[in-house]
Design a protein around this ligand. Sequence first.
Ligand code: IMP
Length: 182
Amino acid sequence: MKNITFASTNQNKFLEVQSILSTRSITVDFSQRHLVEIQSDSLKEIAGEKAKTAFAKVGRPVIVEDDGLFIDSLAGFPGPYSSFVFKTIGNDGILKLLAGSAKRSAYFSSVIAFYNGIILSISDGRVDGRISDRITECDWGYDPIFVPNGTDLTFAELKKSKNEYSHRKRALEKFAQWYLKL
Ligand code: IMP
């Protein structure tokens, strides 16, 4: 068994990270804290800097995550600004922006950044899908409006099976493969 610390404010993310990495024999501690993010168009750059900030605060090897929801007909909006957009216009606002639009394709991207004071390692994952035309029940971010390809259910409706499809699962699988050899 290997261990790693996950630093984030977000308890939902931690529960998913813990559940996914446990299947790869990696236990996860949670360091629940707010980490200042740099502003950038690149999730990889944001996550890399966030991992260095987290390591400085936590004092042991850490992983952090940065995500974005990229909507094709909105030229990739909200992308790296997904957190701000969720807090401001939310899922209602996204559905309004897409009202009457037949093109609803979108993808979720996740970047996991590891830092131990010497090595910075970045792993990414992506899931393609579409934005639903209604909001299903759930209070976890964009889960109520994102439908991954291969199903007609939103992430929220998929419940635990979300992890079979998710961007986070794909990024963490790559991270685990690398970390288990470190
Ligand atoms: P951040 O990486 O914490 O900045 O997340 C960006 C935004 O995307 C936040 O508003 C999150 O709530 C949302 N988000 C990230 N991953 C997911 C997910 O798996 N489901 C739903 N919303 C997500």
